[in-house]
Design a protein around this ligand. Structure first.
Ligand code: EPZ
Length: 430
């Protein structure tokens, strides 16, 4: 099994370019199920979740041509409803976007109950509420979610989300885009990737207004046509590298970003005493001595992103004083703190709150990636810790970070990917 070996304690310098946003690419790829004709999708991040999504679509009958590493042509004209492979779909939460897209196109849908990072319970009751409001009958049968609106058809509805949920907002949008009449989603998620999906669908001929606000109106149309569309840059990948710079006291430019999407991250780093220079499509992190302590609460966009929780925690571990990190979205997102404690961090977790006492430095250790963003946080922690840290279970990291080793090596990090056998021979971990 592969792992990452990092010799930390050295500053980084230079510039890292961010790729397309995973959480925009996944819904947009599944949204092509709704489109009659060929789409060209550009700036796709070459990560394993995108590969999985393409494998699912191909298995369903989509014709896919890789134009280059980040551009594909896809034509879903002949896909078969309900044919998403169970084992592929169950491992990736975003596969449940097949439900909204199939419902929107075929008036019926079937896909495996979703998997994804383990943050405790990850219900889909709001997705079901939305589909039922549009007229579908929804049932869970032997691990599959099945939706059927073949008799009633899909009719517009006013849907008030009980919680702000990215996935359900997206899935309802997908189901409603060809429904009869105008559907209104209230208390909708406002994330940039929700807006990116709406922009893609509108480019295909949909009629969606209000994406990015908490009220989204979707007027059903008869057909969607193919389009060429580029995915927005990944704000979480950008934020991760900003945090790596801040944690290692490095001056680093992160390019191919939309600064507005990073506002809450920039604000928190500035509150900790880090300088941030904003340019049109890049940000430069400028360290100013030891990080100051802060309190952080993760919230739906435009709040501080939950997907930056673990990365921010590493900074709080090194800050001067005690900080409080509160998780405002997920129940169980603090599993990774046990790994940071192995590296000498001082963290006490109580439910959705972590109390972090800053220490001078973290120490190298054998640690593991417990999920995607936690894995990225372990890389940041390892970059700050003098000596050799080994990170296992790195498949989590590769789901969402393209070429993280090469990108960090390009700015001076001593980081390598090795197989476990090699580590047994050479690892010299304290
Ligand atoms: C998306 O997950 C992202 N995944 C997650 O990022 C991210 O953490 C999350 O949004 C929040 O921003 C993808 O986009 C593929 P939610 P999703 O539905 O859609 C509750 C990453 O690192 N809820 O917005 O599954 C839920 O329990 C991943 O890239 C219900 O109660 O998240 C949670 O508390 C990890 N009922 C809250 O809403 C529902 O039917 C937000 O969940 C659905 C959700």
């Amino acid at each position: 099994m592969d792992c990452l070996v990092v010799n930390g304690g050295k500053p980084l310098s230079g510039s890292i370019t961010v790729g397309g946003m995973k959480n925009a690419a996944l819904p947009i790829l599944f949204a092509t199920i709704l489109v009659e004709g060929k789409c060209v999708i550009e700036n796709l991040p070459p990560i394993s979740d995108v590969t999985t999504a393409l494998e699912i679509l191909q298995a369903m009958g989509a014709k896919i041509h890789m134009v280059n590493k980040t551009t594909i042509e896809i034509d879903t004209t002949v896909i078969r409803c309900g044919s998403a492979p169970y084992d592929l779909a169950r491992n990736m939460r975003a596969s449940y976007y097949v439900l909204g897209a199939e419902l929107g196109r075929f008036r019926q849908a079937s896909a495996a109950c979703p998997g994804g990072c383990d943050f405790g319970v990850r219900p889909i009751d709001q997705h079901v509420k939305g589909f039922e409001s549009l007229g579908a009958k929804v049932s869970v049968v032997s691990g599959y979610v099945r939706c059927d609106a073949t008799e009633s058809g899909l009719k517009a509805a006013n849907i008030y989300m009980d919680v702000v949920t990215v996935g359900a907002t997206i899935n309802i949008m997908l189901a409603a885009v060809k429904a009869q009449g105008q559907t209104v989603i209230e208390n909708a998620a406002k994330e940039p990737h929700v807006v990116d999906l709406a922009n893609f669908l509108n480019a295909c001929g949909a009629n969606i207004v209000g994406a990015g606000t908490d009220i989204i109106k979707i007027k059903g149309v008869d057909a969607l046509h193919g389009v060429t569309y580029a995915i927005i840059p990944d704000m979480i990948e950008a934020g991760t590298y900003m945090m790596a710079a801040a944690a290692t006291g490095s001056r680093l430019t992160v390019s191919n970003v939309i600064p507005k999407h990073l506002e809450s991250i920039t604000a928190k780093l500035e509150e900790m005493g880090v300088g941030i220079e904003e340019h049109d499509e890049s940000v430069t992190v400028i360290p100013h001595g030891r990080l100051g302590r802060v309190n952080v609460k993760t919230l739906p966009y435009p709040g501080f992103p939950t997907d930056m929780n673990p990365q921010m925690c590493v900074l709080l571990c090194l800050a001067d004083g005690m900080s409080i990190l509160t998780e405002g979205v997920w129940d169980g997102r603090f599993k990774y703190t046990e790994e940071l404690i192995r590296m000498g961090a001082s963290i006490k977790v109580d439910g959705r709150t972590a109390i972090v006492e800053g220490v001078e430095t973290l120490r190298s250790a054998h640690v593991r990636a417990v999920d995607l963003r936690a894995g990225a946080a372990m890389v940041i922690a390892a970059l700050t810790a003098p000596g050799e840290t080994v990170i296992s279970d790195i498949y989590h990291i590769e789901r969402g970070y393209e070429c993280i080793v090469e990108k960090l090596q390009s700015v001076g990090a001593d980081i390598h990917r090795v197989t476990m056998a090699d580590v047994g021979a050479s690892a010299n971990v304290s």
